[in-house]
Design a protein around this ligand. Structure first.
Ligand SMILES: Nc1nc2c(ncn2[C@@H]2O[C@H](COP(=O)(O)OP(=O)(O)OP(=O)(O)O)[C@@H](O)[C@H]2O)c(=O)[nH]1
Ligand SMILES: [Mg+2]
Length: 381
């Protein structure tokens, strides 16, 4: 793997709305997030192109729009064009041939960020597995032009080192990675068994990327893990023992965030990490109340947990970044009451779900959160 994050690539973003797909996310909101992802991967966003189409073409876009992409790319001297959906291998190849520049999709971009963040052996193996699974159907020799186009986003990892590799070799590599991953996970599961024997309740922080999970984790544990205003700061899970206000101890885990259109290859490669969530007695679902997309983000997290078979886990919704909300409400309870009446929140969740409003940065109501958590744990434990 080559670390090329010091190279700033100029990127052009493309988002398409298909008339037939039911959309919760507006194309602009999704593109805004794509821009954040591009920045997290070290790119500079030079422009954005959007289109409404009835259905995708073999170029994903319409012919006229494709011309526009070429012109804007040339104008801004972009070295990469990033699409906000997963492209089929044929679409990607057709686009690269026509545009004459590197074309990547949301999945490759996310995998690239993950590749640059993974620090543990398990994290690295998971990312490499996901990259190979992604690469597999796209192998038909199309990586050779990337050699010509040089390094940068989405050429980290298998793409650049295995240009000459055929499907058989990739398949062999996937098999090997799965075996290695299995061994690492087995080893860790032993460790997990020991942890369970410690008899302490386990609480896992989950939530949309950038919601403030690591900031809250640090406030609870003084662990000093990275928290940054950037998508996917955290990749590898970390656990710490903390003490509740009434003196009880528990284990808290911080882990990778979720995102809208999280690719299935990523979810399946990260099964090991995500399965740890099954050990949790309670999930603390951290959401960024200051984001205009908060209800959609809550929904994405709920849906992802559902896919992972954790729909029925006890959950405490932690509405974070309360300090950024302008309100005349004097107490945190009255502020929360004012949210409860609002449609966005009632649409996003079932009204019986326990929720608290906090600021992980200022520490406001974090003790209140812990008291609610303690009550929930008493009911389980
Ligand atoms: N104003 C304010 N900012 C916050 C609060 N909590 C977190 N942040 C900021 O939000 C950004 C993201 O915080 P993180 O803790 O890294 O978020 P995360 O959920 O761990 O994100 P990923 O690991 O990237 O998925 C950082 O810039 C934090 O400083 C809060 O309560 N108030
Ligand atoms: Mg984090």
């Amino acid at each position: 793997m080559i670390n090329v994050s010091s190279i700033v690539e100029k990127a052009l973003l493309v988002g398409v709305t298909f008339k037939r797909t039911p959309m919760r996310w507006r194309t602009d909101d999704s593109l805004h997030e794509l821009a954040e992802l591009a920045r997290a991967a070290g790119a500079e966003v030079m422009g954005t192109i959007r289109q409404r189409l009835f259905r995708p073409t073999s170029y994903y876009l319409g012919k006229g729009k494709l011309e526009e992409v070429k012109q804007l790319k040339a104008l801004h001297k972009c070295s990469v064009v990033i699409f906000d959906d997963e492209l089929s291998p044929t679409q990607q190849r057709n686009l690269e041939q026509t545009i004459g520049e590197k074309v990547i999709d949301r999945t490759a971009l996310i995998l690239d960020i993950f590749a640059s963040r993974a620090r543990t052996r398990e994290g690295q193996l998971q990312v490499e597995l996901a990259q190979h699974e992604y690469l597999m159907p796209r192998l038909a020799g199309q990586w050779s032009h990337l050699e010509r186009l040089g390094g940068g986003i989405a050429t980290r990892g298998p793409g650049e080192t295995q240009i000459e590799t055929d499907r058989r070799l990739i398949r062999g590599r996937i098999k090997k990675l799965k075996e290695q991953l299995e061994r690492v996970i087995r080893h860790r599961t032993l460790h997990r068994g020991r942890r369970r024997k410690s008899g302490l309740p386990v609480v896992s922080l989950v939530g949309y990327t950038n919601a403030g999970k690591s900031t809250l984790f640090n406030r609870l544990s003084n662990a000093g893990v990275t928290s940054k205003n950037q998508l996917f700061s955290t990749l590898d899970p970390i656990t710490r023992r903390i003490r509740l206000p009434l003196g009880d101890e528990l284990l808290v885990t911080d882990t990778v965030g979720f995102i809208h259109k999280l690719p299935p290859t990523v979810v399946s490669a990260f099964r090991g990490t995500l399965e740890d969530l099954h050990d949790a007695d309670v999930l603390l679902h951290v959401a960024d109340i200051s984001s205009p997309m908060v209800s959609e983000q809550i929904r994405v997290v709920e849906d992802t947990l559902d896919q992972l078979g954790m729909a029925n886990k006890p959950k405490l919704l932690v509405l974070n970044k309360a300090d950024l909300i302008k309100s005349s409400a004097e107490t945190i309870d009255s502020l929360l009451d004012s949210f409860e009446d609002q449609e966005w929140l009632s649409n996003a969740l079932d009204s019986n779900q326990p929720k608290v409003l906090v600021s992980a940065i200022t520490g406001r109501n974090v003790d209140g959160m812990l008291e609610t958590l303690q009550r929930m744990l008493v009911n389980q434990w």
